[in-house]
Design a protein around this ligand. Sequence first.
Ligand code: GLN
Ligand code: ZN
Length: 758
Amino acid sequence: MTKSSVLGYPRIGADREWKKALEAFWSGQLQEDELHSRLQEIRLNHLRQQQAKGIDLIPVNDFSYYDHILDTAVMFGIVPKRFAYSGGVVPLSVYYGIARGTKDAAASEMTKWFNTNYHYIVPELNDASPALTENKPLTAYLEAKEKLGIEGKPVIVGPLTFLKLSKGYTESETDGWLDKLLPLYTQVLQELADAGVQWVQVDEPALVTKLHAEDIQHLNKIYRTFAEAVPGLNILLQTYFESVEHYNDIIALPVQGIGLDFVHGLEGNLQSIQTFGFPADKVLGAGIIDGRGIWKASLQDKLTLLQTLTSFVTTQRLIVQSSCSLLHVPVTATRETKLPAKLIDALAFAEEKLDEIVILTQALRKPDAVVFATIHEAEQKLQALQHSEDRNRKAVQEAVATIRVQEPNRSHPFAQRYVAQQDKWQLPLFPTTTIGSFPQSSEVRKARQQWRKNELSNEQYASFIRDQIDRWIHIQEDIGIDVLVHGEFERTDMVEFFGEKLAGFAFTQYGWVQSYGSRCVKPPIIYGDVEFTNEMTVAETKYAQSKTNRPVKGMLTGPITIMNWSFVREDIERETIAYQLAYALRQEVEALEKAGIGMIQVDEPAVREGLPLKQDQQANYLDWAVKAFRITTCTVQETTQIHTHMCYCEFHDMIDSIEAMDADVISIETSRSHGELIHSFEENTYELGIGLGVYDIHSPRVPSVEEMSSMIDRALRVLDPKLFWINPDCGLKTRGQQETVASLQNMVDATRIARAKH
Ligand code: GLN
Ligand code: ZN
């Protein structure tokens, strides 16, 4: 009989009670035993929910106290030497030390989980000697069984993926590491089998990335070892986020089931199955409900897809499941009351996705009238949103259709703009500037809250913001910065601020998802055609400019960043959404220029986050991402200086695209890349204005003049002094006033020294 399954459930709870418990523990308000009991309650609740909905294979061990990759490392006793740890079960203090740092030891690195916005802790293998510290999947399995009578499906991270995500070893040492890890994995699996576990889900998302011949050898070694050591256990080898590479090698592995993503890897996986078939002795985990998107599924289409799959695998051997863990979607749509009804009706968060999985499973088992009615109802609700005005803004659609076939070029090439801009702005050598935001003090946050609660009128709030701008314009002038900013005091978040002012966006009340550790984000939803309605930044920028003779940079968030940090509609291509955003933002750029603002920065820190996993799709994505930026910025006069800003350091393979954005000046984060970025400019030329961040804004420490001088000298060995700008790594909103002023003062002093040398 067809079974229903989920690959993982959100940890945070409908009220973010998980986050609250963690933070209370870290701040000392919650004792360790209280933390354990609270988290257990949350964990059991999530299991109960899935049980009540009728999910057959309920995941256990998907829950975590911080991150599942960290859990895996810790389970194998892989703890960096700098943490005082001497074997045995890893204490919570060490566990959270690795995740967050202690006063003596820096945290482990954190990085993006494939192409999602979830971040995991990077295991450091180095000279660790792995040993099994506890069988966490077994504990989770027994807990579910004893407390709730659930026959859970333990989830573990597979060895290939675990090693690929770890650092501190070379490729040639992979075999050695497998020899150390496989016995531990085997012991975990053996104990699970002894306890009566029927299915284990072994997550190997690395199988959707590009693999080498050695990877396939390792894969064979891993799963052969498991099959020989624990023959009685059913392993479901689970992949997600894309279609698998090397389908034939994967289906030949000695495992009992294979899980494939038929949402994000639909085309490739379906093609593989249709071309090569599916082994008759294996179970297929068909990931057909999107674990990453927030939309209701078209159940009719999904059912058709499932029926297609039944020509390759019998219904007895089919599992209907989510495409990946539901970790990436908010918990429940039932609490959203303030959204337009037709939008609410079209949403499916984790809880609603359980219903979808169950209905589709029933549709294959024994469809009845209720099943058909539900399928029909879903279709109607999706259609209602589809036909709504929000998705049919003719003016936007026509404008974007025209714009996308034009070449978004500035009126003059950079060389000519450079001369015209030098002439107009008369900036000194190595102009200094900042990235946009200044400290969001508690005073600023309080005023905003009061205004949101109507305790401050619009005029009172605007006047408060003007006071902040005044103050910081003076500070910047006193320090001697050349290009000023207004400080972004009116913005909570660089995406939300624009989303709230553009048509086509909606904001949930509780739509939180985990980003890293206890940090959750509540992405806006782009559900309709995006349209510019009113000026968004002109008043504050114009006001700031009226207070100084120095140029003030206008400050916008770019189209790709807004898109990549939102949940987006799926009825049109991302490319089209990007162009709609670009067209709306272009109108803001033009409004700023018209209001006398001659320098405009369009931030694009999240371009890299949208990069497809499949290499053959990356160039196309970068092409349209660059185009969207150019659409936003191409209509200004040659003397108007376009700036952009990007964080993060992995730019070596993207420099051509960044150059193609054709911004007059780019500022990028440098200090955390440990010289790697500067190194990439040795190998690639970059011939537009560029500011490399000269200090790390993530720490309250005030960097010395000497440190920044040496950073500047180093950069000037590879970059053209005529094009070089000096700025911090990123915005300063999380810093305090004192350290900000002191750091910027040192930065300006370091600039004076550099100018004297050239
Ligand atoms: N202008 C934004 C700021 O200064 C840029 C932030 C970012 O790059 N993430 O806050
Ligand atoms: Zn930044």
